[in-house]
Design a protein around this ligand. Structure first.
Ligand SMILES: [Zn+2]
Length: 451
């Protein structure tokens, strides 16, 4: 456990939680020492255990492959030559993003981690960070005395204190005008400077949309398509906001675990797929709308490629990086004579990519069940999976060293990480934040996620 890391700003508000961590952290270390002590020829994970996880909701090889072929995603094209990658098979029947991302973060199934979707399974309001019954990889990082910087991951509002910085997913709903509700960011002391970096969608000018839409075809039809363009602005603003905060935070210290989740690709697919693949969807789009908006989806992939480039540039070239999506996308489906969207527009095939010292560069495998992502993240941090995790560490593309290391970890699973579930933090009263709840519900409804 002797590792070097820069110490990011640790304000006083975080002191109490750090002390709590130290207490439980010893317990975790004791468990891991028992594990390590019980085996000969202990395999070591090469490198420094530092990890970057980047999430692009709904990213799909069916779109990425042809775009790379056309030279439109140069960053990912290069990244793949350094990575092991394949299809990340999501849960079927198709499930909602919050549940899937929580499963990837914990390695557990929804009935184990407590997040069943957008709405609580009891029907009693939206799921919040208080519903987590198991620790995410960033909580365990804290137990290991590693620092974490986590931005935008699903169901992290109200943000709970971690050993580092947590920027909750609720920032996506606060870009229109400055809002700084409690619980958006931990530690609280960073809230004002981070939320000030948020991009207001109303500041995204028409010229900036020119890379996503056909501005010439738009002339004379601005009114007719105003609502669509505003939606596009909201999606871009959300992703740009998290990118700006990531850039800012990466400059403050070299966190051991750094993760950003970008949601805009999923929302863009939900809203603009019908223009991208009019032959598939319910149609009824005007000629003008098709001309103006037909290129939004591929242009958003290009935008994601740029975000990826910016992210990678924040870290050394040999940093372990994992890129994930929770599912792919194939647009609305016809069920019993009517068109259905929401999760039915997803397809199970998401993406998994990893660049690390124990993975073969440029190795493409077929597919892996998404429940294997959690144990794989844990392994790259130097942690064994728990016996409660139904998945296994992904072994595709491992070097011989990597294989030895993973076999070692897998034969020494710990019983459970549940004791390290985030402590209930009642300092923020989310239930009373009706404005936030409404903003979230509005967006979920507009995308067909909830009725
Ligand atoms: Zn999703």
């Amino acid at each position: 456990m002797n590792r070097m890391h820069a110490n990011p700003t640790k304000p006083a508000t975080n002191m109490i939680s750090s002390l709590q961590y130290r207490g439980v952290g010893l317990l975790l270390m004791a468990i891991l020492l028992l594990v390590a002590g019980g085996c000969d020829n202990k395999a070591e994970l090469p490198g420094d255990h530092k990890l970057v996880v980047i999430g692009f909701d709904a990213a799909d090889w069916a779109e990425i492959d042809p775009l790379i072929e056309a030279g439109r995603m140069p960053v990912m094209e290069r990244f793949l030559t350094q990575s092991t990658y394949g299809t990340n098979m999501s849960f079927t029947p198709l499930e909602k993003s919050p549940l899937i991302w929580t499963s990837m973060a914990t390695g557990l199934r929804p009935n184990q981690h407590g997040i069943g979707g957008f709405i609580r399974s009891s029907g009693d309001g939206l799921n919040t960070a208080r519903d987590w019954r198991a620790p995410a990889f960033w909580h365990l990082a804290g137990e290991m005395d590693m620092t974490a910087c986590i931005l935008g991951w699903w169901i992290t509002y109200p943000a709970s204190p971690i050993n580092g910085v947590l920027v909750s997913d609720a920032c996506s709903y606060t870009t229109a005008g400055f809002r700084d509700p409690a619980g958006l960011v931990r530690p609280d002391t960073l809230s004002a400077e981070l939320t000030a970096l948020q991009v207001d969608y109303r500041d995204i000018r028409l010229e900036e949309l020119g890379r996503f839409i056909d501005l010439e075809a738009l002339v004379g039809h601005e009114e007719e398509l105003a609502a669509e363009l505003d939606q596009l602005r909201v999606f871009i603003a959300g992703d740009k906001s998290y990118m700006a905060m990531a850039r800012h935070l990466a400059a403050t210290g070299d966190f051991d675990v750094f993760s950003v989740y970008f949601r805009g690709l999923d929302t863009t697919c939900h809203r603009f797929w019908g223009y991208h693949r009019p032959e598939v969807g319910p149609g009824n789009h005007s000629e003008v709308a098709l001309a103006v908006l037909g290129g939004v989806v591929p242009a958003y992939y290009e935008f994601c490629d740029e975000l990826l480039g910016e992210m990678l540039a924040l870290f050394p070239d040999d940093r372990t990086v994992m890129i994930l999506s929770d599912h792919g996308f194939h647009g609305k489906r016809q069920r019993r004579g009517s068109w259905v969207g929401g999760v039915q527009a997803h397809r199970p095939q998401g993406v998994f990519m990893v660049r690390s010292p124990i993975h073969e560069p440029g190795f493409r495998f077929d597919r892996t069940p998404i429940i294997n992502v959690g144990p794989t993240i844990f392994a790259l941090m130097g942690l064994p999976a728990s016996e409660e995790m139904p998945g296994v560490v992904i072994t595709e593309g491992l070097t011989s060293n990597g294989l030895r290391y993973i076999e070692q970890l897998e034969s020494n699973r710990v019983p459970s990480y549940k004791p390290f579930a985030p402590a209930q933090d009642d300092s923020v009263s989310v239930e009373e934040d009706a404005e936030m709840d409404e903003a979230i519900m509005r967006q979920l409804k507009s995308l067909g996620y909830v009725d």
